[in-house]
Design a protein around this ligand. Sequence first.
Ligand code: IPM
Ligand code: MG
Length: 383
Amino acid sequence: MTLSFYELQTNTQVEMKNYKIAILAGDGIGPEITQEAIKVLKVIEERNDVTFELLPAAFGACAYFEFGDAFPQATIDICDQADAILKGTIGLSHEESKKIPIDKQPERGALLPLRRRYNTYANFRPVSLPKALAHFSPLKPEIIGEGIDIIMVRELVGGLYFGNKEMGINEQGLRYVKETLEYDENQIRQILHQAFKLANKRKKILHNIHKSNVLKSSVLWNEILDEVAVEYPDVQVIHQLVDSAATNLCLRPTQFDVMVMENMFGDILSDQGGGILGSLGLMPSACIGPEKAYYEPSHGSAPDIAGKNIANPYSMIGSVAMMLENSFDMAEEAKNVWAAMQGVFADGYSTADLSKPGSGVTMINTVEFGDKVVEKLRQMPKV
Ligand code: IPM
Ligand code: MG
C-alpha cells in the first residue's frame, strides 16, 4: 500500500499526548507540597511531547468545611474524567478532627471511598534509601550497606479496612465493637499477581508477609500464593511472619526487595519503612486499579508544620514520578525526576522537617527545594 503525501506527513509527526490530571491538594502540608509537584509537571511538559490539563478539586477536611462532604460530587466527577489522580495529604490534628462527625472525617469520608470507587487494590510503596539519602536514616551505616531498595506491595481495598463493622451494646450491657477481616480468593490472587510480576522484573525474590500461625485470612492467602507461584517459576518466595518482618526491617533491611502483604499489615510496615529511611516524608506511593490510578504520599497532613514552608515535597514529587511511569508510560523521564531529587540532596541541601540545624546540610525551604529539583531536571538529557 502506498501512502499519500498527507499520510506520510502525519505518520512522521510526533504525537502529542494530552492527559487530564485531577489535583486533590488536601489538608495540612498537602497544598504546599502539591504546588512543588505541579512545578515538576510543568517542566515535564517543556521537555516532552505531552500536555497536562490540571483539574484541581476539593478533597479532605477542607472539602468537608466548604461543602459538607470530604469527597464532594463535583470532585468525584473530576476524578471520573481524569486520566490519573494526584492526591496530596488529608486529615486534621486529633483535636480538630473531633469537629467532624466520625463517618465524614477525611479518612473514612474521602480516602477510603476514593480507594473503593476506583478499586485501587494495588498499592506500591517504595522504601528507597540511595547513598545520597543515607544520612537521614537512624540505622547504622553497616546495616544500610550499599543502600536500601524495597518496594512494599500492599493490598489496598480489602481486609479490616473494608470489612463489616459493628459497634453497640452487647447482651451483657457492655459497649462492644466488631470488625471483620474479609478477603475472597480473587482479591488475594490479583494482588499476588502484581507482586510476582514486579519481583520477576526485579531481583526475583518475593517476601510474602503473613500471620498464618494465628489468622485464617493468612492461611487462605498462602494457599492462593502457592497456586499463583506456579506461574512465576523464576521467583523465589520467602515466607515471613509479619512481626518477624518488622524486626528484620530494622536489623537486616537489605534482605528485602519486593514484599507483599494484606492491607493492615501494609499500613503498619510501610510506616516502619518510612522510619528506617528517617522520615515518612520520603515515602511516595502509587495506588493502581484496573481502570484508574491515583498517586499520593504515604504520610499524613502533618498539621504541626503546615503553612511553614518547611515540608519536603519529596513524597509528592516522587508520586509524580510514579505517575509518569505507571499512567503515562514515561519510565525514563520518571527516572530523571528521581535523579533530580536525589541530586538536590547529594548537593548537600535539605529541609527543616528532615534535618536538624547543625547537621551539616544547607537548609532550604519547600519552595526552594522544588526550584532546585526543577533546575536539575532541566539539565538532564531529554529522553
Ligand atoms: C496510609 C494512611 C491511610 C491508611 C489513612 C490516612 C486512612 O495511613 O495511606 O497508609 O491507613 O491507609
Ligand atoms: Mg498509613
